[in-house]
Write a protein that binds this ligand. Structure first.
Ligand SMILES: Nc1ncnc2c1ncn2[C@@H]1O[C@H](COP(=O)(O)OP(=O)(O)O[C@H]2O[C@H](CO)[C@@H](O)[C@H](O)[C@H]2O)[C@@H](O)[C@H]1O
Length: 539
């Protein structure tokens, strides 16, 4: 057995070359992990401790889904979470019929129709069935959704509401369609018992149900509170929002109409995607002006955090996107991916660590800090690759960085899932100094692929990274704090045994969607029972 230590962490190597354990301070086990390949998933398809509660008919409403259109993490969640929940529920999805959806080779059967309402046009509902049986309802309205460009606009809008000029109409139409399906008004032969709505683009759905006088329970999940869907108050009439709703207890946010606030106010329950972010958004630093309302929801027991997971496709042993598969028993594939990434990004061969950033390039993600840290990383013998899309100014800064450090910094401005997977697989460290991070999927993907995240201790990053065990966390979002964590990463990198122990620990992270089935099932059950009680008492 070997034994090395860094900052209070003792590391023991097992004789069999497979079992490892990490302890803090040498005494108290912080995380004892027996690293066996393949032990990270439960055999129980219904999930860890999934309760034997009744199955529900759920309509999962989203503005992006990785099967067709993905801007960021919401696309991944929309593709994976309903599939995990389908083990226990009759769950179907509603998305706008974007150009990519209509152009896909899947058959779309027309199954429903919705009339115009205020300035929201009439539309049809199509149904498509995925290979795995998942049913997706698509909202057919070519004038709103069939366009060249992203789901929110052509620019660096991210989840923003300010991309396409008619985004208020586009996503009010989606919200109203969800409400109409929920109310049984769409002519479908299927009616959900509850709606599961995601982010600002679906925020008006529970509000429309409320204005219709329909008691359909709903979960509203906040993936990112910073994007709120704010519009001029004068747009209310066009969107079919009653005048009486425009007040501080309703959809008004400092004189504007807020889709996000509508969802929070009117949904039966609000969730967000990690326990820490659920707490953070009740404070002024993270609440984006909605902290008072969210605190109130929390006090009523109507705000909770259910962490995201990752799906089976993120497995370095089987991922066909990788240059070569690998596992914690065989690192040759990891090295082959690193060679590919270095070549692909024009970097020279190096014995130093490869740092990566895979991200929407926006202020939230702290890319400015990474740009400031880059010269220090290069000077210390590291290399850096960036893949991302976002604010034009940031993209230009990244291009300049690559020009300044040829052979040491590589940049790809764009979105490419396959390259992103190779980068997770090939890199040694993932940089994620996010100012806030509701959950974050990238750090989980990186861990799974043996790349240690270096991240700000916030939101889901704080919940999914064990500092010094499965990655590195720093407390203040400033260059000094970030650099300290980077320096720690360098010293771990040069302490080979510890580095490989951390890699192995990171790769066994138990972040699977199956773990979300039980908490969502309990929540669905609770809000359905409450809605039933309410209906009986008002009958
Ligand atoms: N250029 C590129 N090419 C290819 N892939 C790229 C890419 N840029 C980013 N990605 C991918 O986009 C996804 C990003 O997901 P994250 O959850 O990390 O952040 P995001 O801020 O988008 O999500 C928001 O919603 C999710 C879901 O709830 C929360 O986890 C998160 O905290 C919140 O900010 C990952 O799958 C990543 O690999």
């Amino acid at each position: 057995m070997g034994n090395v230590a860094l900052k209070g962490i003792n590391y023991e190597t097992g004789n069999d070359g497979r079992s490892r354990s990490l302890t803090l301070g040498g005494d108290v086990p912080l995380a004892e992990r027996h690293v066996e390949e393949g032990d990270n998933d439960s055999d129980d398809p219904r999930g860890h401790g999934a309760p034997s509660l009744p199955s529900q008919r759920v309509l999962f409403v989203t503005s992006e889904i990785a099967d067709f259109v993905k801007v960021g993490g919401l696309g991944d969640v929309s593709s994976a979470l309903p599939r995990a929940l389908a083990a226990h529920h009759d769950i179907r999805i509603l998305i706008p019929a974007y150009r990519e959806v209509v152009a896909s080779s899947r058959e779309i059967r027309h199954v429903g129709q919705l009339p115009a309402h205020a300035d929201l046009p009439a539309c049809d509902i199509g149904e498509m069935t995925c290979d795995d049986g998942l049913i997706i309802y698509v909202l057919l309205c070519p004038e709103l959704y069939e366009r060249e460009g992203g789901p929110y606009g052509t620019g660096p809008g991210g989840y923003g509401s300010s991309g396409w000029e008619d985004n208020d109409v586009r996503f009010a139409r989606l919200s109203l369609a969800a409400a109409e399906i929920g109310a049984g008004h769409a002519g479908l032969d299927w009616q959900p018992q509850l709606l599961h709505l995601n982010d600002w683009a679906c925020g008006l759905a529970p509000a429309y149900l409320h204005w219709m006088g329909r008691n359909v329970p709903s979960v509203f999940t906040i993936h990112n509170l910073a994007y709120q869907g704010l519009y001029d108050a004068s747009r209310c009439a066009a969107l079919g929002i009653p005048d009486s709703a425009f007040h501080i207890e309703g959809v008004e946010y400092y004189g504007k109409l807020s889709f996000m606030k509508a969802g929070i106010v009117h949904a039966s329950h609000v969730t967000t995607v990690s326990a820490t972010y659920a707490q953070e958004i009740t404070t002024p630093d993270f609440g984006c002006g909605l902290e008072g309302l969210l605190r109130c929801k929390a006090e009523q027991g109507r705000l909770s955090g259910i962490p995201n997971g990752i799906d089976d496709s993120w497995d370095p042993r089987t991922d066909a996107h990788l240059v070569q598969a690998f596992s914690s028993n065989d690192w040759r594939g990891k090295r082959a991916n690193a060679d590919y990434v270095r070549h692909r990004f024009g970097l020279g061969p190096s014995a130093g660590p490869l740092f990566a950033m895979v991200s929407r390039m926006v202020h939230q993600k702290g890319v400015d800090l990474v740009i400031d840290a880059a010269p220090h990383i290069v000077q210390a013998g590291g290399q850096l690759v960036f893949i991302g899309k976002g604010e034009r100014r940031v993209e230009a800064q990244l291009d300049r960085l690559a020009e300044r450090y040829p052979g040491a910094v590589g940049v790809y401005i764009g979105f490419d899932e396959e390259e992103a997977r190779c980068i997770y697989a090939g890199s040694d460290f993932l940089l994620m100094p996010s100012r806030f991070e509701p959950c974050g999927l990238s750090q989980m993907y990186a861990q799974r692929f043996g790349s240690l995240p270096i991240a700000h201790r916030t939101g889901g990053l704080a919940d999914t990274i064990e500092d010094g065990v499965t990655g590195f966390l720093f407390d203040e979002v400033d260059l000094a704090g970030f650099m300290q964590a980077i320096q720690q990463a360098f010293s771990v990198y040069h302490s080979t045994e510890l580095f490989y122990a951390m890699r192995r620990a990171a790769m066994t992270g138990r972040y699977h969607w199956r773990q979300s089935i039980a908490p969502y099932t309990q929540l669905y059950q609770r809000i359905s029972e409450e809605a039933g009680v309410e209906a009986r008492s008002s009958a």
